[in-house]
Design a protein around this ligand. Sequence first.
Ligand SMILES: NC(=O)c1ccc[n+]([C@@H]2O[C@H](COP(=O)([O-])OP(=O)(O)OC[C@H]3O[C@@H](n4cnc5c(N)ncnc54)[C@H](OP(=O)(O)O)[C@@H]3O)[C@@H](O)[C@H]2O)c1
Length: 345
Amino acid sequence: MAKIYNWGIIGLGKIAHKFAQDIQVIKNARIHAVASRSMAKAKEFGAQYNAPHCFGSYEALMDCPDLDVVYIATPHVYHCEHTILCLKNKIPVLCEKPFAINAAEVRKMISAASTNKTFLMEALWTRFLPTTLKVLELIESGAIGEVQTVKADFGFKATFDSKSRLFDQSLGGGSLLDVGIYPVFLSLLILGKPSTVKAIASIGKSNVDESCGMLMKYPHNKMAILHSSVVNKTATEAFIYGSMGTIRINTRWHEPTSITLLQEGKEPKDFFFDFDSNGYRYEAEEVQRCLAANQLMSNLMSHNFSLDLIELLDEIRMIAGIQYPDQDKNNQLNPKKSDSNFSLN
Ligand SMILES: NC(=O)c1ccc[n+]([C@@H]2O[C@H](COP(=O)([O-])OP(=O)(O)OC[C@H]3O[C@@H](n4cnc5c(N)ncnc54)[C@H](OP(=O)(O)O)[C@@H]3O)[C@@H](O)[C@H]2O)c1
């Protein structure tokens, strides 16, 4: 009989609900335990998804029997602490994006996974979507020739609330780490690490970046043009321009149900994908596949990729002046490529 994977969840907010809904569509997965800072909230959430174990603290979840893996869905600033809590207890972890606030924290998480020989993966769900796999397949097949430019944006208009996760600096608020991470991820996936980074941010009244614009240059004259915002609704499209054509990942491109191939001299060709879920099932299934194969990390979202991603985000932050003083005081930023005198130390 196929193993059923028992999932636990830490932090029962908005995304935890969407993820729990998706666990229910995976045949060999179930919500086994949920942990909140409030027992009443844990019980209410647990009842919604038939979780047999509900805990009123994250620490209490560590003693839960028969737990296979924990999904961490707390605000960014707690990802490192909650991941390490699980790893020290040898509980595999799928942790929400951004993996942590900065590279110093991500290194600690990776080190804890290695010391405890326990699985760890960043929940950058777009990486696992069938649309992303199709984009990579089209590029690999030469459908658009040599890739030259990636252009992507992700912006939405949030209601300002200085105490909310999106605008509170002490919770890791701001557009770059919340949504800008998606365009940055796409550029890294397709073009690799840039040789030059330029970035500017508009810092709002709560000291977080409300918008961020990024330009990157790569060897062989390749470039990326990226933008994020939590104060403007943007097209949220991605374009991959090649020497012989373009792939457009249609809006909202981080969760698309279609992509369009535009080749010179040919009719545009659409590829449609029907999701039977919110789209989070694919990352959860990747975790289960890795656990079944006794892997300590995913090949699709490796520790090195996550480290490259957060280092790039650190670099953008340093150049654009986006700061998280409590966490950054322990982060040694690598100044090698930055063209700014701004320092987070
Ligand atoms: N992959 C995606 O599509 C996606 C989408 C949205 C968000 N995310 C990521 O998921 C994480 C959570 O986002 P969310 O939108 O679900 O946030 P949210 O609705 O605010 O929920 C976060 C949860 O974290 C817990 N928490 C612990 N300490 C907290 C504190 N000091 N303040 C507020 N909450 C605290 C709370 O759960 P308890 O009260 O139960 O303890 C809260 O419900 C973020 O890192 C975000 O980047 C990913």
